[in-house]
Design a protein around this ligand. Structure first.
Ligand code: FE2
Length: 374
């Protein structure tokens, strides 16, 4: 692994200043039920809705929020739509990673001038709460980046969405913000997408891992982490590497029918409480063997959390020269072995848990084998 010294890009040099992730939109088969899963299991609150009751005849969308995390679940109400086609091909998955900007027209012009494919030209929508400008470009697979300019808007989400009354079902679990979002791309395509984020969006290489860092007896992958100028947005990009058996990236690519978002890492300040809550609500996490915990103190040294507690919940730990971090991964959250979540608490460390890769990927492979896909 190599961690690159953060070379801060000054606001002046950064041609695509991002204020952070605005929202993530998922295309799903049944948005009402998906929303229920994230409300009860993850504790995101339903804050806004768009559908037939609000004059939207083609689709229904539920907007959920906790801390700075905002997820939108959208389904088609008809068989012949781009949303329905997306779901038929990919299953439930991420369609849009929306990024907040001060100027959505400028973001679209800068990125398309550098070779991005335009999906939606800048356009303004408005309601009684103000106006919003959005524009979109294509990223890997069928995934889009939408630039959202909401400086002149004070409604709940976007024009066309109705605010929901206070959500009595969702109880927060302590999730705060998106730490990173990982994309899986095809064989030998990692550097092409690393180049896309560097050239088209002004991101920089933040860390990289090769197949020696990320391999088990059976399979391997390679990963490069790209970060935007201010470091608020981090996109690791994975590609499969040759191994004796099928890697988890290949399994993803087969079942997602191409590149797409593999996992979303959600940050908490209290991972013990967050994970205990999520487990009590039925969210399923990967587990590692007992030996992982007998070796933990020797590998990461002193940490604030009791190792027995980490083992009881299945939480992993790793350390680098800046501090340590705690992380845990869910099983895939749909029937296809595609999207999953990471829950992460950083205590100084800015890295991605390299010391856990082997134990973690062996856990994933045990599940792959159960599915007959290893
Ligand atoms: Fe991650």
């Amino acid at each position: 692994m190599a961690t690159l010294a953060p070379s801060a890009v000054s606001a002046k040099q950064d041609f695509l200043p991002l204020k952070g992730t605005d929202h993530v939109e998922f295309y799903v088969g049944n948005a009402r039920q998906a929303a229920h899963f994230y409300r009860t299991g993850f504790g995101l609150k339903l804050v806004a809705y768009s559908g037939p009751e609000t004059g939207q005849r083609e689709r229904a969308s539920y907007v959920l929020q906790q801390g700075k995390i905002r997820f939108v679940f959208t389904t088609s109400l008809r068989p012949d739509s781009a949303i329905a086609e997306h779901v038929a091909r990919h299953g439930d998955g991420v369609r849009v990673i929306a990024l907040e900007v001060d100027d959505a027209r400028h973001a679209w012009m800068e990125t398309t001038a550098r070779g991005a494919r335009s999906v939606s030209e800048p356009h303004e929508t408005a309601d009684e709460f103000g106006r919003v400008t959005t524009s979109s470009i294509a990223a890997y697979g069928d995934t889009l980046h939408t630039f959202v300019e909401r400086g002149h808007y004070n409604g709940t989400f976007l024009p066309g969405f109705a605010a929901e009354p206070e959500d009595a079902l969702a109880r927060p679990t302590g999730l705060k913000h998106i730490d990173h979002m990982v994309g899986n791309v095809g064989w030998h395509a990692m550097d092409e997408w690393v180049d896309f984020y560097a050239r088209v969006m002004g991101f920089q290489l933040y860390q990289h891992f090769d197949d020696k860092d990320i391999s088990t007896e059976y399979s391997a992958l390679m990963s490069k982490v790209m970060a935007n100028g201010n470091g608020y947005v981090k996109f690791p990009i994975n590609e499969p590497a040759e191994g004796r058996k099928k890697s988890q990236i290949e399994e993803y690519l087969e079942f997602y029918q191409g590149p797409g978002v593999q996992h979303i890492a959600l940050a908490t300040d209290d991972i013990l409480t967050t994970v205990a809550e999520m487990q009590a609500r039925g969210i399923e996490f990967l587990t590692v063997p007992h030996t992982y915990y007998t070796e933990l103190a020797g590998r990461v040294g002193r940490i604030d959390e009791p190792v027995e507690e980490l083992e009881r919940l299945g939480i992993l730990a790793d350390r680098d020269d800046e501090g340590y971090m705690l992380q845990i991964f869910t099983r895939p959250v749909e029937d296809r072995p595609t999207l999953f979540y990471e829950i992460i608490q950083r205590k100084g460390s800015r890295s991605f848990g390299k010391g856990n890769f082997k134990a973690l990927f062996e856990a994933i492979e045990r599940e792959q084998a159960l599915r007959g896909n290893l």
